[in-house]
Design a protein around this ligand. Structure first.
Ligand SMILES: [Zn+2]
Length: 343
């Protein structure tokens, strides 16, 4: 593996070039975000400005190529909005739902059955010949976006969490992306917060995700008798809305989600001595019930001063963090680089 080493001086020089010579607006990359329901693309310059963007629904039917073609179409539209050609950009970075064989860029997103074992990195390299391609977990792309342009700016050690259809996370340590051995570091959704808790999608029991993800909280509330208003889909949004209207069961499970996330953050802050934790996703935007429970549980469990001092903030880059971070993977390889593939 070739790990680009973090070179503080080089990064500082790069930043000053960007700031003082206006280089940033001329160096661009394409950021791609492959989610469970939509595909998105943005042309991002080295100052973090988006000059073209597009988003298309994930095709519900069709094979692997159909999905890939929509992703490329999305990217083409973003490029044309920016007035650029493929050859004008430095690279293409893509955040994709896991699991992912990271060094090879082979993905098997749970929400895209057609992409079971799909060679995303190789396909992107063929579609964008001659430029850099990087593929990473979408939650890691989120962490990069937050560190570069969001609430994580200037925080050397941070964790980003998204509480959404799943619970994902990514780490920046020492101002550098932390990949771990296989690119899977940061899976905070599978920290166990209740050994007697519900079965998790990963096969374990009582993981954060089995309590705090939108679908998990909804399922637990439904077992207790909660149901959404007639004609409304039973999802995290509906649950949060019921909770804000005072439905006791909805309050209990939305707060339960917040407590599970707060507990996991407390453990992680003790382990890693973090400056900041940025929380995004639907529940993070849902308001006080979730946040009071999260902060209460964090304060109850993070006892040592250094852990308590981790600053927990809500993401403000709603819908943009993963796209910016995906572009950041190729714009700033010294900080956010993905190792070259094995062999
Ligand atoms: Zn799990």
């Amino acid at each position: 593996l070739i790990y680009p080493s973090y070179d503080r001086i080089k990064v500082r020089e790069e930043q000053s070039l960007i700031m003082h010579e206006g280089l940033g607006s001329r160096v661009c990359a394409i950021g791609l975000d492959v989610g469970g329901t939509k595909l998105a693309a943005a042309v991002v310059d080295a100052n973090g400005r988006i000059s073209g963007a597009n988003r298309l629904p994930l095709p519900k039917e069709g094979d692997a190529d159909d999905v890939f073609n929509v992703l490329v179409a999305c990217s083409d539209r973003a490029l044309s909005e920016a007035g650029l050609e493929k050859s004008d950009v430095r690279g293409v970075g893509c955040g994709c739902g896991g699991p992912i064989d990271w060094a090879e860029g082979v993905v098997s997103p749970i929400n895209i059955p057609a992409w079971d074992g799909f060679r995303l990195k190789a396909r992107l390299a063929a579609a964008f010949p001659g430029i850099q391609v990087a593929v990473h977990n979408d939650a890691v792309a989120l962490a990069v976006g937050e560190h570069w342009q969001g609430e994580g700016r200037g925080r050397a050690n941070m964790l980003a969490i998204t509480v959404s259809t799943g619970v994902g996370g990514g780490l920046i340590l020492g101002n550098q992306i932390y990949n771990g051995k296989s690119g899977n570091a940061g899976h905070i959704g599978h920290i166990v917060v209740d050994p007697e808790g519900p079965r998790c999608g990963c096969g374990g029991f009582g993981c954060v995700e089995s309590i705090a993800s939108g679908p998990s909280a909804v399922r637990l509330a439904q077992i207790e008798g909660w149901s959404p208003p007639e004609g409304v889909q039973a999802d995290g949004h509906a649950l949060a809305r019921s909770a804000s209207e005072g439905n006791e069961i909805a309050v209990r499970y939305l707060a339960g989600a917040g407590r599970a996330v707060g507990l996991a953050i407390a453990s992680t802050a003790s382990l890693l001595d973090l400056d900041a934790v940025v929380v995004g996703g639907g529940f993070a935007q849902s308001g006080d019930i979730f946040w009071k429970a999260l902060r209460g549980s964090f304060e109850r469990h993070a006892i040592m001063t250094f852990a308590r001092n981790a600053n927990i903030v809500r993401s403000v880059l709603v819908g943009k963090a993963s796209l910016l971070g995906a572009a950041g993977l190729v714009l700033f390889p010294e900080r956010y680089g993905v190792p070259a593939s094995r062999g």
